[in-house]
Design a protein around this ligand. Structure first.
Ligand code: 1GP
Length: 239
């Protein structure tokens, strides 16, 4: 991620909610992602209701060479089978459990695993409806028009030692993060900026990259239209 940013290469991650796809669907998604050269799989969700995390990672890894990065909604979503884990601190909220509490519980497991642990400042941005992550994290998102709050939050995250900032409107967001907010955040920090939530078109992905997003995350749209993957990856890589 750092090398790509230094070389000004934009990247795209396919978000997989382990509850949703069948093994068959996962196999073909992984093979397609490999063919079109998607950069990462992010795996996780606000709430998992089936015990599919490990089989999901196994399936992705046996059908592609794309790195699998855990994007955990809570400390139960840890698997040593993945390559890395976004160690998400919900810096947009004021819920101590999501800022540091769950991390204390997870730390000894992570210490003994071979996972690459990536400290990530996670900023939830208001998106027009209550998202699962807002409800499950018991935190307020940053209002979508308050760019100054987002900028200062990202700056504080970087100063606290976070290695990535993830701006998320939440899965299935009605309104994705506004480009002016992405621009403001990108101009104020040096670490890579990940942007996700409600991105449905290659045009939107390009707009976000031009505003300063380093990594675009798409989940829902690929679940509904896997055929979009090729176009989206090409769009992001063309920026
Ligand atoms: C959610 O950023 C991700 O955490 C992706 O959102 O599913 O809306 O693409 P979508």
């Amino acid at each position: 991620m750092l090398a790509a940013k230094a070389e000004k290469r934009k990247q795209i991650s396919v978000l997989i909610d382990p509850d949703k796809p069948t093994i068959r669907e996962l196999e073909s998604l992984a093979q397609l992602a490999e063919r079109v050269k998607a950069d990462y799989f992010f795996v996780g969700g606000s709430l998992l209701t089936n015990d599919h995390l490990e089989i999901c990672i196994d399936t992705l890894k046996s059908n592609s060479s794309i790195p699998v990065v855990l994007f955990p909604g809570n400390n139960l979503q840890i698997s040593a089978k993945a390559d890395a884990l976004l160690f998400l601190s919900l810096i947009s909220g004021r819920n101590a459990d999501m800022l540091i509490g769950r991390h204390v519980i997870a730390a000894p497991y992570l210490k003994h695993s071979k996972l690459e642990v990536i400290p990530t400042g996670y900023m939830l941005i208001e998106s027009g409806k209550t998202t699962s992550v807002e409800y499950m994290s018991n935190s307020f998102p940053i209002p979508s028009d308050k760019n100054d709050i987002a900028v200062c939050t990202a700056m504080a995250g970087e100063m606290l030692g976070m290695k990535l900032i993830y701006m998320d409107a939440g899965s299935g967001a009605l309104n994705p993060v506004q480009t002016s907010m992405i621009q403001g955040v990108n101009n104020s920090i040096r670490i890579p900026v990940i942007v996700g939530g409600g991105i449905k078109t290659p045009e939107k992905a390009i707009e976000n990259c031009n505003a300063g997003a380093d990594i675009i995350v798409v989940g829902n749209s690929f679940e509904k239209h896997p055929e979009l993957l090729s176009e989206m990856v090409a769009a992001v890589h063309s920026v």
